[in-house]
Design a protein around this ligand. Structure first.
Ligand SMILES: *Cc1c(COP(=O)(O)O)cnc(C)c1O
Length: 431
């Protein structure tokens, strides 16, 4: 499969190059040249597939012959090595839990698949040693670090803002060891991100190190997110209502993968992009005016995105046809107060604990179902509530049980290197 740049269709790339480079040279996002439809029979027999076989059928055409089937199967089996249950919450509502991976965030799937693909290309010898350089405000860094841990030929360098990530998040970044180095930056997240951008433009560094970014626009992080929707559908196939999925959205990579899955034939009738106060897409769907704004801070902070990078891919999926897009996508936005109230109400009604991101997804689904009684709705729970311990415990007024994987990390020794500015980062990367 070839990929073209959304800035210029003439510029195309292999899967391998798209994975290694992330963005096209003209800074466009890569998009597959062809969307492969799966036959009706595939969906009729979907329960006959194991998770790995299902995912292999879904992604094989997007990888093509660039990774042999046996290797691709191994990468997928490792990527999906945990559960993706749809838990019934109440009548016509289920929760797709995506937090059973090693860092308890849905980004584990994309990070692992990208690490496996890149690791394969390096191992094959086409590509020299690679340094994955990322800035994190919390969750992404942990999933990326964990995904790339121990992959030969890859060094991971993570920048995080000192004192601005939670204790659990910091331990997830700083206790891995091996090929993962955590740089603790005396500054805010924006400064970490600026330093990373500067490094990518620095020729002296480029001469010594092959840098790649592992951020969410990389096709190898974006595409495997389709797996969630296919695996969920296996569990919902018996339901004889229309299906709607509500996705807590920030950069819109996850929901865009779901919409791609439905373009391939997966019978999902509608999507809801649920957002916090950062509601650029909701405003667009109401006004047809796309107007990014600086992000504002909320309790669902992984969705604090003012200009979602993947929305352009959704537009491409719908040939930029606003009316058709509106038939398939709704978007609602919720304040922190409403989010907290939903967490509390659901806990009191059902005993189920939602994290702030999942709660936004729940609210979006409720809003849609109010007017669409012929649907069964699923919302995505994108992180384990324990990752937002303080908020969750104070809202529901009850203590959470800390899972053993988190407890084990909390007892490990933090290892980081303190840096102040770009000069320090550059010195580190050239050392
Ligand atoms: C990244 C993230 C999101 C947003 O996902 P996008 O693909 O960027 O829309 C939602 N919830 C959590 C917990 C996340 O880490």
């Amino acid at each position: 499969m070839r990929y073209f740049s959304l800035n210029n269709r003439e510029h195309t790339s292999t899967f391998e190059n798209a994975v290694l480079k992330g963005l096209a040279p003209d800074k466009g996002l890569y998009f597959p040249e062809k969307i492969v439809s799966l036959p009706k029979s595939f969906f009729k027999d979907i329960n006959g597939f194991s998770k790995t076989d299902l995912a292999f059928q879904v992604i094989k055409n997007y990888v093509g012959d660039e990774i042999p089937a046996s290797e691709l199967t191994k990468i997928i089996a490792h990527t999906l090595d945990f559960e993706f249950p749809v838990v019934p919450l109440k009548e016509n509502v289920g929760v797709l839990e995506l937090f059973h991976g090693p860092t308890m965030a849905f980004k584990d799937v994309g990070a692992r698949f990208m690490a496996g693909s890149l690791g394969y290309f390096i191992n094959k010898g086409n590509v020299g040693k690679v340094t994955v350089l990322v800035a994190t405000s919390g969750d992404t860094g942990g999933a990326v670090a964990n995904g790339f841990l121990g992959v030969e030929g890859i060094d991971v360098v993570i920048l995080y803002p000192k004192g601005k990530v939670s204790e659990i998040q910091e331990k997830q970044l700083t206790t891995l060891g091996q090929n993962v180095i955590a740089l603790e930056v005396d500054g805010a997240f924006d400064e970490c991100q600026d330093m990373v951008k500067q490094a990518f433009l620095d020729e002296e560094i480029q001469m010594q190190r092959q840098l790649t970014s592992a951020n969410s626009i990389n096709v190898a992080r974006w595409l495997p997110q389709m797996f969630y929707y296919f695996i969920a559908y296996q569990q919902l196939a018996e339901i004889d209502k229309k299906l709607v999925f509500s996705v807590p959205s920030g950069n819109f990579g996850n929901i865009c993968a779901g919409m791609l899955a439905s373009k391939m034939g997966l019978p999902i009738d509608h999507f809801v992009a649920s957002s916090n106060a950062n509601d650029v897409v909701g405003r667009y769907l109401n006004s047809e005016i796309y107007e990014p704004k600086p992000s504002v801070a909320t309790i669902s902070n992984a969705m604090d995105v003012g200009n979602p990078s993947n929305f352009i891919r959704i537009m491409e999926l719908f040939d930029k046809d606003f009316k058709v897009l509106k038939d398939h996508l709704s978007s609602y936005s919720f304040s922190d107060d409403l989010t907290k109230k939903a967490m509390k109400d659901v806990f009191e009604e059902t005993g189920y604990v939602m994290d702030p991101h999942g709660a936004v997804g729940y609210l979006g689904l409720q809003e849609f179902l109010k007017k669409h009684l012929d649907y069964y709705g699923t919302f995505l729970e994108t992180a384990h509530p324990v990752k937002f311990l303080e908020t969750v415990e104070s809202v529901i007024g009850s203590k959470l049980e800390i899972p053993p994987t988190i407890n084990a990390i909390l007892n490990k020794q933090k290892k980081s290197i303190g840096i102040k500015d770009y000069t320090d980062l550059k010195a580190y990367l050239l050392s």
